[in-house]
Write a protein that binds this ligand. Sequence first.
Ligand code: NCD
Length: 305
Amino acid sequence: MFKEKFGEGIISAKQFNREDIEYLLKKSREMVNSTNSNLLKGKILATLFFEPSTRTRLSFESAMYRLGGNVIGFQSGDVSSIKKGESLADTIRTVENYSDCIVIRHSMEGAAKMASRFSKVPIINAGSGSGEHPTQALLDLLTIREECGKLDGLNIGIMGDLKYGRTVHSLAVLFSNFDVNLYFISPKELAVRNQEKEFLIQRQIKFKEVIQYRSLLDLLDVLYMTRIQRERFVDIEEYEKVKNVYIFKQEDLINTKDTFILMHPLPRITEISPDVDSSKKAIYFKQTSYGLMMRKAILAELLAE
Ligand code: NCD
């Protein structure tokens, strides 16, 4: 069923309804102990990363190896024919012949969508410009579900660069399948885009936009912190003005609930002070291990016979 619906791949969080999400959360949980499976033996995953990555690429690759499959691919800075000026379309038309699934990260917002038009194998969007990053949002929901025990009824703060942060855009869309209260916390210049707001309004999801976070800390169940996306700013002076707008410090934890969790898709720059890391409420490194579980589940669902 999943394979039929997502046969062309995972391009946008908008493809997912609540049932699809719940299904993947369940499948991810089943993946915890499968370190040496032969499920994807003989299958090849291609990872095409035109932009830098640590967690996304390595967790997809690790997931593939853990399930008995193999990986080919390149990263930004590598010596693929992109350097010679080859188009994305031609790259995809070539790589589809060498692999069973393609994971792509690209600086262009519609890149994954475009790739899926040229590919006969499923495309997984691992970040398309400042547009979307659906598998990150799926692993974020898995993290919340496992750490908070539920998704409905939570107060969730999403803070930082809500304009350019692609994980935020996919996350807002996925949350629209649940009964949550969202607080978008950002300076005016980095406010969440109209397209996400309109989507949430259509789906009758309650959200508020605020600039200061401290007065919210005692009511939040989850705070999802994000990096200011330096590489998306046209004017670097604009970046300099907002780069340190929020710095979450150890003392901010004092007012939070016992069950509060602090998340971050990573990489973290200055927005969470390192003295927060030792708190049990800081779960951003654990979040990366949920990433491996979710990506195993996704690859197993798309590729297993
Ligand atoms: C994010 C990304 O690439 O969008 N990183 C990730 O995939 N974990 C977040 C970011 O770069 O700030």
